[in-house]
Design a binder for this molecule. Structure first.
Ligand code: C2E
Ligand code: MG
Ligand code: MG
Length: 549
């Protein structure tokens, strides 16, 4: 490590730029003078060594070396301090990587007066991370951290500022983690952190609190003061799984839940028995909501990516129970499936969605298509298909404006009879979509066996599309396959402008996601469709508003 200090800096003062760098970035580093006495110590450095900054200030470097090795290493340290070595690595802890010492060079070539001590960040490649997790399999907490403002920073200050911000936050993370903690960049605006040990709910929540307190300190980026904010999903092993994939899934799910009402900065993964508890808690109230006026619809716009033209909307069921509050859709949908209420729920959704579409037609808002989610059980329901047809007739609509979305996992497990029903629906003119494509293993095979008009690429396949060559190659292959077979491709879960740009350049035609538009209420949809231009664009906060042209 070498750096140029301003030559005007008097040698008996700590070098200003380094000082602020250490403090702002929270790097686990310190500065020592020519004699090897610590003069400036960052909080992160002190924390990693298990001391306070005051305890470390003034200490000779030799005193950081464990007693047992001090004599053996002292000669080397003296050689370094006399300027005979440009860099030195001192093992100060048997468990941790060595402390790195390097002279900071003066700009005018004068002998260096300051030396930088840096504890290496325990930052790993994701693959190494997975291996380590396997090693610690017995007991760890896995944190999935999501920085909220990256898009905003990139949009306002440029891509480089965004990268610089992530770099600062990576340094901070290194400094805030407990001594044995590890982290890696998960890509985009996300990090993964691994905290070895067995963690109680309270202990891990407290650890996350401490971590966020360090990470979310205001910082200055190209003269702008920014307060970074994170959301965190936490999974603990063994409660939430021992394999990396299971823990990662659980932490990611918890992170998603943290964004949903009630929004919270940190969510813990729920143990598997939660399914049973949910069922007990929600089955009764759901039946009441279904019988009464308890459910609502939201509509998430689907856009043609190249032109930002609104081409359709996915219908999403919402339930805000007067006693239990707003429920997470995948939770109550799962309960509806488990309690066989899904057919009734599906019929309610079909009726309400088609009624809304017909009302929009009458009001002069023409929406080409709506996507309605259906579950495999609905296809088995003898009343399900006649109901769909009757509802179309009742509302005077044509079947080709309705896309029936069936999740890949459901398609794979479909019975022969349900497959026949799907073919019937296709013959009646309904368009079929394979939803969440990429989450199963044989979706491609089924794609060739059933008459799908649309494939909705799951957001996990495009989560890293803006920087991961593998995801780019996979999407390109999908674009080519889809084009060759006349199937429309819709990318789900577009959250960043860079994902959008990459999808456009790879030739993916349609998409939906929070970056384009969140699910909207009926009134919000109507307000948006009433705009004459019909063009959509994201504002700085990532919400889509109708643009001028
Ligand atoms: P889905 O069919 O894949 O719907 C898309 C989900 O992704 C929606 O979640 C939507 O809010 C969410 N989403 C949209 N853009 C983004 C984004 O940029 N990032 C992220 N992280 N998420 C995004 P929602 O509304 O929570 O619904 C979850 C699932 O519940 C749906 O997944 C669907 O499988 C099911 N579901 C919802 N409504 C119905 C329904 O009426 N019937 C049936 N059978 N299933 C439904
Ligand atoms: Mg869907
Ligand atoms: Mg989907």
């Amino acid at each position: 490590m070498s750096a140029h200090l301003p030559s005007t800096e008097p040698a008996d003062l700590p070098p200003g730029p380094w000082l602020s760098l250490l403090e702002q970035q929270g790097r686990p580093a310190a500065l020592a003078d020519r004699q090897g006495d610590l003069q400036v110590v960052s909080e992160a450095f002190a924390r990693r060594l298990g001391h306070s900054t005051a305890e470390l200030r003034g200490l000779a470097i030799a005193e950081l070396i464990p007693l047992a090795r001090r004599q053996e290493l002292d000669g080397l340290l003296q050689e370094f301090l006399q300027g005979q070595l440009p860099e030195l690595k001192l093992p100060i802890d048997a468990e941790a990587p060595a402390l790195r010492l390097a002279w900071l060079q003066e700009a005018d070539g004068a002998p260096a007066s300051w030396l930088l001590l840096e504890l290496p960040e325990r930052r790993l490649e994701r693959r190494a991370f997975e291996e380590l997790l396997r090693e610690h399999g017995g007991a760890v907490a896995l944190l999935h951290l999501h920085l909220q403002q990256l898009d905003l920073v990139q949009g306002k200050l440029g891509l480089e500022a965004g990268e610089a911000l992530l770099e600062v936050l990576a340094h901070r993370l290194a400094g805030c983690l407990p001594p044995a903690g590890l982290f890696c960049r998960e890509g985009g605006d996300r990090f993964l952190a691994l905290l070895p040990g067995r963690w109680s709910r309270e202990a891990v929540l407290q650890a996350v609190d401490g971590l966020l307190a360090g990470l979310e300190q205001p910082l200055t980026l190209t003269q702008h003061v920014l307060e970074p904010a994170f959301h965190v999903g936490v999974a603990r092993s063994p409660a939430d799984g021992t394999a990396f994939a299971a823990l990662h899934r659980a932490a990611t799910r918890a992170l998603e839940l943290s964004h949903q009402p009630p929004v919270s900065a940190c969510r813990l993964a729920e143990p598997p028995e939660r399914g049973m508890q949910l069922r007990e808690r929600l089955a009764g109230p759901l039946a009441i909501a279904l019988a009464g006026e308890g459910l609502e619809l939201a509509f998430q716009p689907i856009l043609e990516l190249e032109t930002s033209r609104l081409v359709g909307a996915e219908v999403l069921c919402r339930w805000d129970d007067p006693v239990l509050g707003r429920q997470v859709p995948s939770d109550f949908i799962n309960v509806a499936v488990a309690t066989e209420q899904i057919s009734a729920l599906g019929r309610w959704v079909v009726e309400a969605a088609l009624a809304t579409l017909a009302a929009w037609d009458r009001a002069g808002h023409h929406l080409e298509q709506i996507g309605i989610n259906i579950s495999a059980l609905q296809l088995e329901d003898p009343q399900g298909m006649p109901f769909l047809r009757q509802a179309l007739v009742r509302h005077g609509l044509l079947a080709d404006r309705v896309v029936l979305e069936l999740a890949e996992a459901d398609v794979i497990a479909l019975s022969a009879r349900a497959g026949d029903h799907l073919r019937d629906l296709h013959h009646q003119g309904f368009r079929l979509a394979m939803d969440d494509f990429g989450t199963g293993y044989s979706g491609l095979k089924r794609l060739s066996q059933l008459p799908f008009a649309q494939v909705k690429v799951d957001r996990s396949l495009i989560a890293a599309i803006d920087y991961d060559p593998m995801q780019q190659a996979m999407l390109l292959a999908l674009v080519t396959t889809a084009a060759g077979s006349g199937v429309e491709l819709v990318a789900e879960g577009i959250e960043r402008s860079r994902q959008l740009q990459m999808l456009q350049s790879l030739g993916c035609r349609y998409g939906q996601g929070f970056h384009l538009a969140p699910p909207l209420s009926v009134a919000e949809m109507e307000a948006s469709m009433a705009e004459p231009s019909g063009r959509w664009r994201a504002d700085a906060a990532g919400r889509v508003r109708l643009g001028e042209g």
